[in-house]
Design a protein around this ligand. Structure first.
Ligand code: ACO
Length: 376
């Protein structure tokens, strides 16, 4: 084996997966064998998770059973609720609260195997976020409803009102769209954790911690600020010029892997267009689209040798804002979606496990001699 240094493991494959496929040059994303648009527009989130966990779609009866399995595990236990109340009282950030909630997800609950615990971890994510958020707002938590699905329950537990079909469809499309995306940093983290034959709750906790970082899950909030500012000023060109002149990056554009428009942006843009057309603020969405056109054109002039296209975060911000997710919960909502991918990767890793244990190159000293503490 050579000893070549690969900072950030760029270009290194460390696992085989059937979960998702990305072609950054062509802008192709396949999830569980389905082209993204085919899955995102048709599936319920429960179907997407079942697909990733089982490598096939559920039959009607299997889907009913899976829905019931999740429903039975959706509510946070009293023990977890106490942790979330404390996190809210201390004004801990949402991702910290989620990390604490996930770490305690099996407290007061009986899960005997990784396959059982996977269902609890997926099912309870929305309730953890919503419970914490309700406490943060000075409200009491809202218990989930058996007759609502996963996406609808998330909105219901957040707002205490049964959401519109348009909002549920918009959110569900988002959850499906970002459920998995190759070996991104948080997914890699989850696989590393279970590769030691640890457990899936530990993996999810570590993955939430990884997603929290601004280089991974943090862009859509600033995108929304930008869109609001442009909607208020009505001057997208001036806004972009000002940012580029100041040497700043435009949030929601550019990607490490994609050299074309992120395929997730296309799916989310269609979802946002139909949501805003049906029930939202159509003028705001016109501003969003106009801004995208202006920004892409001006970025091409700004960096002629580097294609800077719209990434997933741009329309994530527009869509999540539209369906009523508060900006402070954009990253936790990303986790609510991505946890399906994390858990499927854990089971895939465990099915053919080899501990993930790369090397480092030592650049320190050798042969130091010991000096007793009183003589240093
Ligand atoms: N606005 C203006 N200029 C940009 C942008 C942008 N959004 N993105 C890249 N550039 C410029 C860089 O300044 C750099 O110019 P230079 O060569 O003169 O220094 C050049 O394009 C290449 O940029 P890199 O940093 O090499 O591109 P990289 O692939 O490393 O970065 C990234 C990708 C981090 C997403 C970057 O495009 C960016 O910061 N975008 C804005 C933030 C954002 O939207 N993040 C969410 C990404 S989606 C996701 O991660 C899930």
């Amino acid at each position: 084996m050579g000893d070549e240094l690969n900072r950030g493991l760029e270009g290194i494959s460390v696992a085989e997966t059937k979960l998702s496929y990305i072609d950054g040059e062509e802008g192709e994303l396949v999830i569980g064998g389905f082209p993204l648009a085919e899955l995102a527009g048709n599936a319920s989130y429960e179907e997407s998770v079942f697909l990733l966990l089982n490598d096939r779609l559920p039959t009607e009866s299997e889907l009913d059973e899976f829905r019931s399995d999740l429903a039975a595990r959706r509510e946070v236990t009293d023990e977890v609720r106490a942790v979330l109340r404390r996190a809210a009282d201390e004004e801990k950030p949402p991702m910290d609260a989620l990390r604490m909630g996930v770490a305690t997800a099996t407290l007061g609950a009986d899960e005997h195997s990784n396959r059982e615990a996977v269902k609890r971890v997926v099912a309870v994510h929305p309730a953890i976020v919503a419970t914490y958020w309700r406490y943060r707002q000075g409200d009491e938590p809202v218990a989930p409803r058996e007759d609502l699905g996963h996406a609808a329950n998330y909105l219901y537990m957040l707002n205490g009102e049964v959401p519109t079909d348009a909002a549920v469809r918009g959110l569900e499309t988002y959850l499906n769209t970002v459920i998995d995306h190759g070996l991104n940093a948080s997914t890699f983290t989850a696989r590393v954790v279970v590769s030691t034959e640890s457990d899936v709750v530990s993996a999810a906790t570590a993955a939430v911690g990884t997603l929290k970082g601004p280089l991974h899950g943090g862009a859509p909030g600033p995108v929304l600020d930008m869109l609001r500012e442009v909607a208020d000023s009505g001057a997208p060109r001036e806004y972009v010029q000002e940012k580029l002149d100041a040497g700043e990056r435009l949030m929601g554009f550019g990607h490490r892997v994609y050299r074309v428009r992120d395929p997730r942006a296309a799916v989310l843009s269609t979802a946002a267009e139909s949501f805003y057309g049906e029930s939202g603020d159509a003028d705001f969405f016109d501003t969003v689209q106009e801004f995208e056109d202006v920004a892409v054109e001006m970025l091409a002039d700004h960096k002629p040798g580097r294609r800077l296209e719209t990434n997933v975060e741009f329309y994530t911000a527009a869509l999540l804002h539209g369906v009523g997710i508060p900006k402070d919960l954009f990253t936790t909502t990303f986790a609510v979606a991505r946890v399906g991918g994390w858990m499927a990767h854990c089971l895939e890793q465990l099915a053919d496990n080899r501990i993930i244990r790369p090397r480092s190159q030592y650049v320190g000293e050798k042969g130091r001699t010991w000096t007793p503490v009183g003589e240093r």
